[in-house]
Ligand binder design. Structure first.
Ligand code: PMV
Length: 315
């Protein structure tokens, strides 16, 4: 029987965003980022040695240039044979729900164990980053930071330090037309706001770190929303414009703002897609779910806690 290794990883949601690369060959971000890893949403990746590289996502055979490049670059320095990769996501793929983060995190974990590469968690994070920078963060659980000069993600605090809830309103699950790597390069070279975005990023990161350590919800809410909107402003001011939001995205955001004004502890964030992620204290969760369900329907709401690190579940 062929030996196989299975790893499991969770997507993460950035509260302080990475958007833009300082070096696209090495996949080095131009901004530090800070995220929370999600529970419940899960990617399981099983690898086994095979004659040629093949990839199946949710049972469908897929060609993925990013994964081929990732494997080729790893093979330049490490002994990694051809593999069969089978990935199962229990959430929509390539729709702004960080499937690539969880995917590269699970794949790197599985490769490390399967081929006995002996990498530390920090090294696994930096290898995963070469596939998708946000994947570096999905190696760890809880609150996670990713910053230079090493660009290896580091855990900040564990999930139970501050048990926030994340309510995701899935607005639509169509695959995005412009992937994040291409979108970032368009933004970097064409948005008139790009440099200001990069210049302010470290300050946003440092202040968010302090807000998390102090469990200061209002401060984190304010910083995260503004950081998200600055990223969105660079996207929509690009040429061609990158408009990932849909009308329902804005409808959800307005409801979240109204809830906060009425005293609920909740704030929003969005990524390279139309989905809205509402971060809230547990006591506000029911009200947030009810409000967002009025826009997208209750079957399109997923509520999670903060999740754990990536792990090997079978070898
Ligand atoms: O790592 P990528 O290429 O999937 O890019 C992630 C970009 C955002 O999700 C928009 C922001 C972030 O930091 O996760």
């Amino acid at each position: 029987m062929t030996r196989s290794t299975t790893a499991c990883a969770h997507p993460n949601i950035a509260l302080i965003k990475y958007w833009g690369k300082s070096n696209s060959d090495l996949n080095l971000p131009s901004t530090p980022s800070l995220s929370i890893t999600l529970s419940k949403l899960t990617t399981r990746t099983t690898i086994s040695t095979s004659e040629i590289d093949v990839l199946y996502i949710n049972g469908q055979s897929v060609q993925d240039e990013k994964i081929s490049q990732f494997l080729n670059s790893l093979r330049q320095t490490h002994s990694v044979k051809n593999i069969r990769i089978e990935t199962e996501n229990n959430f929509p793929t390539s729709a702004g729900l960080a499937s690539s983060a969880a995917g590269f995190a699970a794949l790197t974990m599985a490769l490390n164990t399967h081929f006995s590469l002996g990498f530390s968690k920090r090294k696994i994070s930096s290898i995963a980053r070469t596939g998708s920078a946000s994947a570096a963060r999905s190696i760890h659980g809880g609150f996670v930071g990713l910053q230079g000069p090493d660009w290896e993600a580091e855990p900040i605090v564990k999930p139970d330090y501050w048990p926030l809830r994340i309510v995701i309103a899935t607005v639509n699950i169509e695959k995005k037309k412009t992937g994040s790597s291409k979108g970032m390069e368009i933004t970097r070279f064409t948005s008139p706001f790009y440099q200001s975005w990069v210049n302010e990023a470290q300050k946003d990161f440092d202040e968010a770190l302090t807000a998390i350590k102090n469990r200061d919800f209002d401060k984190l809410a304010d910083l995260s929303e503004k950081n998200c909107l600055k990223m969105i402003a660079t996207m929509i001011s690009s040429d061609p414009p990158l408009i990932y939001w849909a009308p329902a995205t804005l409808a959800c955001i307005q409801l979240i703002r109204e809830l906060r004004n009425s005293g609920q502890a909740v704030f929003f964030t969005t990524d390279a897609g139309p989905q809205v992620k509402a971060i809230c204290l547990p006591e506000s969760e029911a009200k947030v779910i009810e409000a967002l369900a009025s826009v997208v329907g209750s079957k399109n709401i997923t509520s999670c806690e903060i999740g754990d690190e990536a792990e090997i579940i079978q070898n």
